[in-house]
Design a protein around this ligand. Sequence first.
Ligand code: NAD
Ligand code: MG
Length: 394
Amino acid sequence: MKGICILGATGSIGVSTLDVVARHPDQYRVIALTANGNIDALYEQCVTHHPEYAVVATESKAEEFKQRIAASTVADIKVLAGAEALTQVATLENVDAVMAAIVGAAGLLPTLAAAKAGKTVLLANKEALVMSGQIFMQAVSDSGAVLLPIDSEHNAIFQCMPSGYTPGHTAKQARRILLTASGGPFRKSPLETLADMTPDQAVAHPKWDMGRKISVDSATMMNKGLELIEACLLFNMDPDQIQVVIHPQSIIHSMVDYVDGSVLAQMGNPDMRTPIAHAMAWPERFDSGVTPLDIFEVGHMDFERPDLQRFPCLRLAYEAIKAGGIMPTVLNAANEIAVEAFLNEDVKFTDIAIIIERSMAQFKPDNADSLELVLQADRQARAVAKTVIGRLAA
Ligand code: NAD
Ligand code: MG
């Protein structure tokens, strides 16, 4: 029986994780659930899954939540509040596995703490890895933590790696990764219409049902840019060894090209419960609840080269990883600010890439050898991006 802590339990990945957990009560016990401010959803999850701990990251919402738990049938749940409590529950003695499913940089500290504590880290929170790069990978290797990718593409690549493969190492016989992308909702939209796309249009993803931030990232293809950096780190490869491939059906979740000419692909219906169940059962497998793939219904599959004119965010991600140092941190921070501004309807869809590019231009690829330097670059890039937005509006 393994104990699991789910960081970001109320989000899209968190909900899918609890669905898989509920199918395997003999193998997983929920030790802790965390949420930012959605206390209604967290309350329901607490009643159903009865964790030992529940964390409300937004302190102003915690008191009301405490009172509701105290008056419930699960009054013995310990309720904690604030960002530091996330780290506390991610490192509890009886937690074996931590699902890192907070969105954005807010997930970095608890996820890094789980890695340092030698937990099995189920990594969905790609922004945490992108912003901290080698520091995160070093923490995993120093502590002996087991790092298992949840992002569907990286989970697919991991499944296509040679047996016994450990993330962080280069698989010698693998010469290339083919990182697949759906192309998002605007793959075919006329270029001149992109500036007027609304948040609702951007989050209406054709294949995946996800949180709002990652949905916008999919529409700009920054999601693939972040995943490119994620793949370089997880599989210790050069950016030039990673080819992004648009595959609109989202049936192949990525491929590994070997020196003997074999190309291995992992396929399945686009449902995050597959990579989640794969990582939770690893190195075994268990049921995920995902509908079996009907290959006849799929019929055929298409592959296209990405258009960097249409998707400048992908180009910026290649530039950031090639420049190295703090540049991936800057890219990620500027993107988080730009996407938030777009979702608040303060800037246009096409401004997202402009904000990131202008923000990156203010930084040099200084070293990112310590967590302090990373956090400083993150803070500075957020401030710069806000200034850039202010100038756009003026
Ligand atoms: P979501 O917006 O649906 O959920 C985010 C979760 O994080 C929620 O539980 C929220 O309460 C919590 N959270 C948000 N801000 C927080 C803060 N400041 N402090 C503490 N908790 C906070 O997002 P999602 O779609 O589930 O994505 C989660 C992560 O997984 C992201 O990093 C995303 O890139 C990655 N991911 C998601 C998918 C997917 O299909 N949804 C696929 C691959 C990777
Ligand atoms: Mg993905």
